[in-house]
Design a protein around this ligand. Sequence first.
Ligand SMILES: Nc1nc2c(c(=O)[nH]1)N[C@H]1C(S)=C(S)[C@@H](COP(=O)(O)OP(=O)(O)OC[C@H]3O[C@@H](n4cnc5c(=O)[nH]c(N)nc54)[C@H](O)[C@@H]3O)O[C@H]1N2
Ligand SMILES: Nc1nc2c(c(=O)[nH]1)N[C@H]1C(S)=C(S)[C@@H](COP(=O)(O)OP(=O)(O)OC[C@H]3O[C@@H](n4cnc5c(=O)[nH]c(N)nc54)[C@H](O)[C@@H]3O)O[C@H]1N2
Ligand code: SF4
Ligand SMILES: [Mo]
Length: 716
Amino acid sequence: MPADKAPNALGVEESGRRVVNSMCGMCAVRCPIEVEVENGHAVWIQGNSKDAAMGTSLCAKGAAGLSFEYDDQRPQQPLIRSGPRGSGQWRRVSWDEALDYVANGLKQVIAEMGGKAVAISDRGGPFTDLTKSFVKALGSPNYFNHDCTCARNVHHAARTLFGWGRKGFNYDIKNARHIVLIGRNLLESLQVKEAKEFMDALDKCAHCTYIDVRATTTASKATRFWQIPPNTEYALNLAFIHQILKEQLYDAQFVARWVSGLPELARFVEPYTPQWAEEQTGVPAGEIMAFVREVAADAPRVVFHPGWMVARHHQSFHTSRTSYILNVLLGAVESPGGLIIAKGPGDAGKKGLKSLGALMPAVEEPRVDGIGGKYKHWDAEAGLLHLFYEALETGQPYPMGAYIVYRHDPLSAMPDPEAQIKALDKLKLLVAIDVNYSETAWRSDVILPESTYLERANILGGKNGPKPGLVMRDQAIAPRFDSRPAWWIFKELAKRLGVGQYFPYETIEDIWRYQLTDTGVELETLRAKGSVAFSAKPIMWDRAEGLKFKTPSGKIELVSSLLEKSGLPSFAPYEPPPALDPGQFRLIFGRPAVHAHAQSQNNPLLNELCSENRLWLHPGPAGALGLQDGDLVEVSNGGATVMGRLKITPWIHPQAGFMLHGFGHSVPWNTRSFNRGMADQRLMAGLLHSYDPLGGGNNLTESVISVKKAGAEGGK
Ligand SMILES: Nc1nc2c(c(=O)[nH]1)N[C@H]1C(S)=C(S)[C@@H](COP(=O)(O)OP(=O)(O)OC[C@H]3O[C@@H](n4cnc5c(=O)[nH]c(N)nc54)[C@H](O)[C@@H]3O)O[C@H]1N2
Ligand SMILES: Nc1nc2c(c(=O)[nH]1)N[C@H]1C(S)=C(S)[C@@H](COP(=O)(O)OP(=O)(O)OC[C@H]3O[C@@H](n4cnc5c(=O)[nH]c(N)nc54)[C@H](O)[C@@H]3O)O[C@H]1N2
Ligand code: SF4
Ligand SMILES: [Mo]
């Protein structure tokens, strides 16, 4: 291809320079971007300067977008497996052949087992109307997203208090006087806007109390850092509540008007004194009391962050729920510097996007994970994927035949890949739609390569917040390889499955115009900026009389009617994590600023910045095991062993071992990340079906590891 000319988004040869407003796709945060295109090539990406909070900033991953785009180590055309699953033997095929193959497989499953035997999982986010509508067209209720390993416990905790999920609030960090972060490493596990607002708040002398098992970059910026044993943070929250109620430091007016269940809460937290919390966490009672008074003085400009994925154990739901309760007690709801209720189009007097599924018949079949049926306290919208695996294993409540994994990599993201592979082997058809050779794609029957975020447009998305609006991802350049956008892939499959009438679109613009039908927004207006707001000013409700909570009582329910109806307790006694034997550690994990989950380790630039992870151990226990910094070690749990290097640091609690998530890839075609570092999910052997009973999220931080020098005897 000559360097000064290339086919543009429409396949037409183009020359010259233009800037496209779009959305980053290097992680799921989806920051607004501007892409500079010269002679059909993307040559520069920066934050969308028309978005004031974003400016031109990008994180390192976003800046490595061109490195991803112009790397050849990604699927270049559809592949159908030609050997056993996972053998890495593939046949390169045309789109027609691949789509016919998938459609025939799906038809067979639907004929034998019904539409409900088809499941799909994706990465959640603003564009899921497409995937949800696709399974709806097939008559299946079985849409899932990734969230049982991410924010489900937080989401479900929010529902029991406010009637809406986690995204029902925005955190007004830039105006906060005190930001309390429990394992929320917002300078490394980041969103660009939030990280910038956090730094601005610190510049304006906001306090930050950071609570983690290890020191992070965020810890280094905090005004107070408590390093606590893993899975004990719920104890601290209980003591904070105890002390706030005891010293009557709460916002009595707000609580009297909007909150029910305070006497029950007060009775429940009675035993949880700061002295008691000191025994559990090692944080001195005096410091807890000083903190509580400081945070009360800063109220209501306070954000107790309820966690994004929150430390993942069987009481995480309550960690998150008590963090929300702390915001409520301090009156930090719908007031500047606190939690601001996210408003939807309706709150701005507008109508939102029209669903692609609006004209399809409702699905009557029960979900295979039992949500909405036997589990009424969970949100049926995204399901719980570990319960899908349980159904695969048992065939109950009904057998499943086909699984489409779109923009999701469960073999990296869910615990215990060995157990998952056994369950997935029961499927008649496993299809992956990805832009990389993910672990799951590698073990599927068909890989359908989606065009990258620079090479495609998505359906439009809605964005709720103080200023609700719409967002778009527009196509910047033509696909480099034989890939297709998701909207086209699902439309073509629907056609082959005899439900094409529900996807009567030829182009993405047809879809956009349909989606915009009731919104009053012109496509051209949206395209000019990449987003549009339904309201010029933030919509704030009157805290005295104008708040609307979606609970049955219309109040913030400390005693939750949702839980009580299912016979579940709203308050749970603290359970200390089980004791560890000498030489054992609780495995925790996290992410670096320069990688996204398990998807970016093979990126040429990001791999250069961070090509493998290390196991962090405290010098005390490491010394007792005769281990030294840099040693090659074997890390084991439940029959699974991984090998990697050791990092010895006092900046981790002695009971914990820490490693970055996303390493130890098993796909040889990813030559830079293949076999580099350790896969933490492999060490979660036996945890596929271990989950928080109230939050539903997988207990990812309950794995216990043993460590020994590679090649040494014993230590298992
Ligand atoms: N052990 C362990 N497990 C974890 C975590 C952990 O830290 N440790 N973190 C948890 C968390 S918080 C989350 S959110 C999940 C994330 O888990 P996933 O949702 O599986 O992870 P992602 O990296 O977002 O991307 C999933 C897949 O989407 C692909 N992809 C990226 N862009 C595109 C695209 O434009 N189109 C298509 N079709 N595919 C694309 C990537 O290549 C990748 O294979 O993992 C969870 N699981
Ligand atoms: N660079 C980058 N940024 C990202 C992502 C990414 O992949 N890469 N992913 C995005 C997504 S999907 C998510 S969900 C968020 C996740 O955002 P976070 O939840 O902030 O992310 P993590 O890094 O998984 O965990 C944060 C910290 O929790 C600590 N921790 C573990 N166990 C415990 C415990 O028992 N108690 C306490 N107090 N702390 C504990 C870990 O040491 C870690 O430092 O990040 C988002 N931002
Ligand atoms: S946080 Fe970074 S990688 Fe993620 S969307 Fe924003 S710029 Fe892209
Ligand atoms: Mo996540």
